[in-house]
Design a protein around this ligand. Sequence first.
Ligand code: FEO
Length: 404
Amino acid sequence: MNNTEDSLEIANGIYWVGVIDWNLRDFHGYETPKGATYNAYLIIDEKITLIDTVKSQFAEEMIDRIKSIVDPATIDYVVSNHVEMDHSGSLPAVMEIAPNATIFATKRGKAGLCEYYTENGCESWDFETVETGTELDLGTRTLMFIETPMLHWPDSMQTYLKEDRILFSNDAFGQHISTSKRFDDEVDDVMDDAAIYYANILMPFGSRVLKYADQVTELGLEFNMIAPGHGIIWRKDPGRIIDAYVRWASAETVPKVPVIYDTMWGSTERMARAILEGVRSADIPVKLLDLHKNDWSMITKEVMEAPVIAIGSPTMNNNMLPSVAGYLSYLKGLRPKNKKVAIFGSFGWGGGAAKSMETELKAAGFEIIEPKVQAKFRPDKDSLEACRELGIRLAEEATSNQVI
Ligand code: FEO
């Protein structure tokens, strides 16, 4: 196996030709403190095949990697597993160099590419649409396509290289990390990074994930590698990432309590710390998560894994703080399942934050734990004791409300 600066041969005649976006810190609202990669793969066979591309600003880098292996003008086939521009952005550059290449995509994939790349001459590109089970002969190898609608867009699909048992899974099974390593057994914390990625991208589509897992079983697929569109490649017992997806999609939780809040002059933070003390006294893991000091993507993983959370905000202008409102709007879109929530916070005179948080959290599908704990101006001894008691109750909920 070769490992040059330009490309990496991940299996005989199969190369990673993607790019590493070391400094990406925000992926359309998903904070990416570790950066990201956009993975593209090149298969050298009788038909030279490129699987996915990279963001448009990295087209030259990807094409240089391809050039280190083969003349890009000789690419016969381009597989577009997904329209989203982090995977298709360099497709126009590839089609300019290899204008006779055939693009393989789902019906919706073709439609999406043509709508987005009209000005790049998409109507002149040669497309073949594929569906689950469609096979493509590369000479000595065979690709099989698997439609994966809503994992995570309607057009999404995956590509399975039958002889080598490699699944090119596009967005599914990815992680947003930038590293010079390419395999799961070369990096630490990869399952945690995969959980953060799942929580922030795939959590709304749990029922689709479960159907997908059944489909993999029905098709009898076995894997030597699962090569996603982001992050590292799974080669050490690759099925473990599918098992993890099934657990997350089943809303499986562990007993712990994230205490999430923002504070204005420290009163809501005092309440959060008292709740934390209560949870800790019951010997249940707890985390204090200030919305200004933690990445929302990481907080969301904590929410996904916990059966119960606490969320607090002081009142400002009869409402919750904008940071809390923004996070609840983000969380609502991700549709977490089977969660309970306790609401707390301080107010100066009229209040209002607790009510507006309740409205948003109900809309996000949470069951509200009553009573909400509120304190006027600065929490006194009784208010802090109520918070500690709430923490103890949340610890009990965390053990009894677990989904395993
Ligand atoms: Fe749905 Fe990695 O794009």
